[in-house]
Design a binder for this molecule. Structure first.
Ligand SMILES: [Zn+2]
Length: 367
């Protein structure tokens, strides 16, 4: 499952390996989100060439459309999207909360959190749905992914302490229910070639040190294969994320992979958490910013729409080995972006994702 191959002598970084039903991958690892069973604008052949080792899919999006039963009937998520490597799914807790957030201008979240689950409206047609820990685990098993997440309530930063505590306790109850359902469903794998997916628990507790510590003690006491840090603040407010990692470091078990959810909007963010012993992260930023014209380089992001690139025959980055930099100039990308050609989306996404994977390899080599 998880093995530490090497530990850094200068900080808490670790080089590790995770074994799954669809192959092994090394950590630290960046996981590009493929929300709708697709990493926007790029196919599995590109992803393999970029060196992507594991993808993330969003449970609620796929449950709403095309539905987990259809994916199950068609042989599971791997054959459906033709990706043979490992896949991790989120639990839907954050997405249910986020759908509620998107639907209101007042700042009030429209998702209804109940003791037994979350009621939310579909962003597709407004229909009401109710998701419980059991339902989330069942959907994730049906998708056939390699790593599943316990169902949790994402703790927003503006919660008062009383609510944050109530929410954390609910997440703990949901963690127990998720684990119970997972163990029940895992029995069906007994006569199959493949093993049940790995399951990760999620630490919540908002921005409060005592609650974060309490949540860490509780979640790490359960039989999870990996430990994730969740909540609005993680990856979104980096100074606070680092503070949380610093005071939790002695409470996190050495022998389990650690995952900061939604973190990775810049190279520096990843460098900082790897130093603090984090093994896994995911973020939509590299592909999203690429689509919006911002391309990563070691000297900072460049805006490809800038007129200075109109006649620039250099690649995005001189020493980049990606397909885009090996074959196309900044001038051509500037043109594709200006005329809104779909090819731009693919070429830009390839470069930014390769940038992230090169960073990951560099960090692994330095451990
Ligand atoms: Zn490149």
């Amino acid at each position: 499952m998880f093995k530490i191959l090497k530990k850094s002598k200068k900080d808490r970084a670790r080089l590790g390996k995770i074994c799954t039903n669809h192959g092994d991958f090394q950590t630290p690892i960046f996981m590009p989100p493929g929300t709708q069973a697709s990493v926007k604008a790029i196919g599995p052949d590109d992803l393999s060439k970029i060196g992507v080792e594991i993808l993330l899919v969003n449970t609620l999006h796929l449950a709403l459309q095309p539905g987990e039963n259809l994916i199950y009937d068609l042989g599971g998520i791997h054959s459906f999207m033709n990706w043979s490597g490992p896949i991790l799914s989120d639990s839907g807790g954050f997405q249910a909360w986020s759908f509620g957030q998107n639907r209101t201008k007042s700042g009030k979240n429209m998702a209804k959190i109940r003791e037994d689950g979350i009621e939310f409206s579909s962003p597709i047609d407004g229909t009401k749905h109710f998701i419980t820990p059991e339902k989330s685990i069942e959907i994730q098993h049906k998708l056939g992914v390699d790593i599943i997440m316990a169902f949790d309530e994402c703790s927003p930063d503006n919660d008062d302490k009383e609510y944050a505590k109530k929410s954390m306790n609910r997440t703990h109850k949901w963690a127990l229910r998720s684990l119970k359902k997972h163990q029940e469903l895992s029995k069906q794998y007994q006569n199959q070639d493949k093993k049940p997916p790995l399951i990760f628990g999620i630490i919540q507790g908002g921005i409060f040190e005592d609650l974060r510590k309490e949540s860490t003690k509780f979640i790490t006491s359960l039989d999870f294969d990996g430990i994730a840090l969740g909540g609005e603040t993680i990856g979104y407010n980096m100074p606070r994320t680092l503070e949380i990692l610093d005071y939790l470091q002695d409470l996190l078990p050495e022998n389990k992979p650690r995952y900061t959810m939604g973190l990775g909007s810049s190279a520096q963010d990843i460098i900082e958490v790897v130093k603090r012993g984090v093994d896994m992260f995911d973020c939509v930023a590299p592909t999203r910013t690429a689509r919006h014209g911002s391309l990563y380089t070691a000297q900072g992001n460049i805006r490809i729409s800038n007129s200075q690139f109109k006649k620039d025959i250099q690649p995005i980055e001189e020493n980049c080995d990606c397909y885009t930099c090996q074959n196309f100039s900044r001038a051509y990308l500037n043109h594709l972006y200006s005329v809104k050609e779909p090819l731009y989306l693919r070429l830009a996404s390839i470069h930014n994702l390769r940038f992230m994977m090169r960073l990951i390899h560099k960090l692994r080599n330095e451990i």
